[in-house]
Design a protein around this ligand. Structure first.
Ligand SMILES: Cc1ncc(COP(=O)(O)O)c(C=O)c1O
Length: 387
């Protein structure tokens, strides 16, 4: 038995495993930013929706942000609080329910606001309404994730905004970062303020969106605190400044445990076919794309003998790690565990049943090192999705 099997053989395979200790370390750091800068940090469910851990998230953060009715309801049921809600469009049949689950609700366009304004203002439920604006500044290199790209449908461009906040609007929302540092935020704020500063002065709150990878090693926390404090000083009218990261909450908090099911070779390329799929279970590896870390494996170098391509178990030809192979200290064998690191954020929330492939189980190791298996999705989950 190799070391990886010894360490991870005790978990089911395939399985997403969250380590509560790592999550708490992230939450403590985010809380330090909240306390030191006087801002509210909320968790974006689109990036991190491991709801069994929501009680711990709620201990440290100011709640969560929803991008759909389902997310808003999950926040209500499992975090026990109301959501900050933003979606590119709201549906007439859902709007009333969204009001019930939300305390802040942001509209993506003026036409959405005018479509729902009367219903929003007539509701006995107290909700604070905002508009998403587009700062048209971004340091994001991948277009798929760039909300400030020319022609983007997300957020109102400055030339369409009136000089005064529309009656009934109390906040502005902007989101233009993705895996960025505090310096990108600083530059983005310059653009946001240059374009919308007169409107920020009329707001009760501003939401600076997500994409702040605060928990990544090397993130300049002191700089972030400084720029947030300075921002608040420039706008003393603001009662609340909100950040809504998702990735930073789930960053490095767990793994996806998988198993080698076959090893095939074609034109000198040796592929280990796993019981997980890049397309179905780790889609950002193909969409971003990025090369994940496999625990115990390394970048191949000259002379490495046990080098493999990692292949997924769907029949999509491109369902393999195309960003490069992995070198292992020993030959891989059928039945060996292959453990992908940092596989909690933007994985579980994006999985699909393409090909009907088995969905990984979901489990957690608590602070006392006990493993809890929450779910082992089977045939019913697949069938239910289809009719
Ligand atoms: C409006 C909005 N808020 C927050 C987030 C969370 O971003 P991240 O998980 O990168 O912090 C996103 C991500 O796409 C978003 O679109």
């Amino acid at each position: 038995m190799n070391t990886i099997d010894e360490l991870y053989g005790k978990y089911p395979s395939p399985c997403y495993v969250l380590f509560e200790e790592s999550l708490e370390a992230n939450l403590q750091l985010l809380d330090l930013v909240q306390q030191s800068a006087g801002v509210s940090i909320i968790c974006a469910l689109k990036g991190f929706a491991f709801w069994h851990a929501f009680p711990m998230v709620k201990e440290y953060l100011h709640g969560a942000t929803a991008s759909s009715l389902n997310e808003a309801r999950l926040i209500s049921e499992e975090m026990g609080c109301e959501a900050h809600t933003y979606a590119p469009v709201y549906l007439p049949e859902e709007f009333e329910h969204l009001l019930i689950y939300s305390n802040h609700l942001t509209f993506n366009s003026l036409s959405q606001w005018y479509r729902f304004k009367e219903q929003a203002q007539k509701s006995p439920k107290k909700v604070s309404f905002g508009l998403r604006v587009n700062p048209e500044y971004s340091e994001i290199e991948t277009d798929l994730y760039n909300p400030a790209a020319p022609g983007c449908r997300l957020g109102i461009p400055v030339e369409q905004m009136p000089e005064q906040l529309p009656d009934g609007i109390e906040g502005l929302h902007m989101h233009a970062l993705c895996e960025n540092d505090s310096y990108a935020l600083e530059h983005c704020l310059e653009s946001f303020e240059a374009k919308f500063g007169h409107l920020i002065k009329q707001c009760k709150w501003v939401n600076l969106g997500g994409g702040h990878l605060i928990t990544r090693e090397g993130y300049d926390i002191a700089h972030l605190i400084d720029i947030l404090k300075a921002f608040k000083q420039r706008y003393p009218n603001l009662e609340e400044v909100i950040l809504e990261p998702g990735e930073a909450v789930g960053w490095q908090t767990g793994v996806l445990v998988s198993t080698v099911e076959d090893i095939v070779e074609n034109k000198g390329i040796r592929t280990a076919i796993l019981n997980v799929s890049f397309s179905c279970h780790m889609p950002d590896c193909l969409e971003m794309p990025y090369k994940p870390t496999i625990i115990g494996a390394h970048e191949p170098t000259e002379g490495d003998k046990f080098v493999y391509r990692m292949g997924g178990n769907s029949c999509l030809a491109g369902d393999f790690m195309g960003m490069g192979d992995f070198a292992f200290p020993e030959p891989l064998e059928i039945g060996d565990r292959v453990v992908f690191d940092d596989m909690i954020h933007y994985t579980m929330v994006k999985t699909t049943f393409f090909n009907g492939v088995k969905h990984p189980a979901i489990g957690m190791v608590d602070k006392e090192q006990n493993f809890f298996l929450f779910r082992e999705p089977g045939y019913e989950a697949y069938k239910e999705k289809l009719g």
